[in-house]
Design a protein around this ligand. Structure first.
Ligand code: ZN
Length: 253
């Protein structure tokens, strides 16, 4: 387990328990039972700024309360230099209202998450194409601004179908300044996935989508070095490594 990664906890406990709850890094962890693995499982996350060390996972299962020590190691994220249009590094004054409107829309989208998990089973890659940029790399834009790349990039020419990684609700489907045409899915319990730089929307805000459903066509809108899909995973306000989420093997229902 490293900083910036989603984590899947599995626990052996009787199916008949009414509730299994955990606490990890100050966040509630809600377990659910799978009859496939006859285990309880839950998704959680380790924020990018979590320092390496040993942390406690506290679990309450019926009458039983137990603590486990979980080690978090330091992830090694690379450095890369990027060239984009100057307007996206130092946005001109006249686009400030557009950026502010985008911030309001994002804030609103992120403020609502279904209390129930909407996802199940494995998380699917959003496109059938290769990845081109990893999560967590420190980026120097036009030699000026430094930020960290908080998503996973997929190679995708304009018009490549983009699919829902898992079941959820469309909480945002609109153009934003930096993200370009953007879709956000709520998967419940604070898990959100984000699809950026799209050319065409195939879903509307408020729509329920199934895993693998067509969401949009890829493009190069917003702050983009060229057509590609930027895929991001947010868990309770923290961006986590999408590649790790795609590697998880949650049990089937
Ligand atoms: Zn990206």
């Amino acid at each position: 387990m490293v900083n910036g990664s989603p984590v899947l906890f599995r626990l052996r406990a009787p199916a008949k328990l009414s509730e299994v709850k955990g606490d990890f890094l100050g966040q509630d962890v809600e377990f659910r039972f799978s009859s496939a693995c006859r285990c309880w499982y839950a998704l959680a996350g380790v924020g990018l700024n979590t320092k390496p060390g040993k942390y406690t996972l506290h679990i309450v299962a019926g009458e039983i309360s137990q603590s486990y020590t979980v080690a978090v190691s330091a992830a090694h994220y690379p450095l890369s230099t990027i060239k984009v249009a100057p307007a996206f590094v130092e946005p001109p004054k006249e686009v400030q209202p557009v950026i502010q409107a985008a911030d309001v829309a994002k804030k609103q989208a992120f403020s609502t998450s279904d209390p129930k998990p909407l996802w199940s089973g494995r998380f699917l890659p959003p496109t059938a194409t290769e990845t081109s940029g990893v999560f967590g790399s420190a980026r120097v834009y036009n030699g000026v601004k430094k930020s960290q790349h908080l998503g996973l990039d997929f190679r995708a020419g304009i018009g490549t179908p983009v699919h829902a990684t898992n079941a959820g609700t469309v909480i945002l489907a609109r153009p934003l300044y930096f993200e370009g045409n953007c879709v956000m899915l709520d998967h419940g319990q604070g898990l959100v996935t984000v699809y950026m730089h799209l050319s065409e929307f195939k879903v509307k805000e408020g729509e329920k989508v199934a895993a693998g459903q067509l969401l949009a066509l890829s493009g190069g809108t917003g702050r983009s070095t060229g057509p590609h899909l930027h895929f991001a995973v947010r868990w309770r306000g923290e961006y986590l490594n999408p590649a790790t989420l795609l590697d998880l093997r949650p049990p089937e229902k």
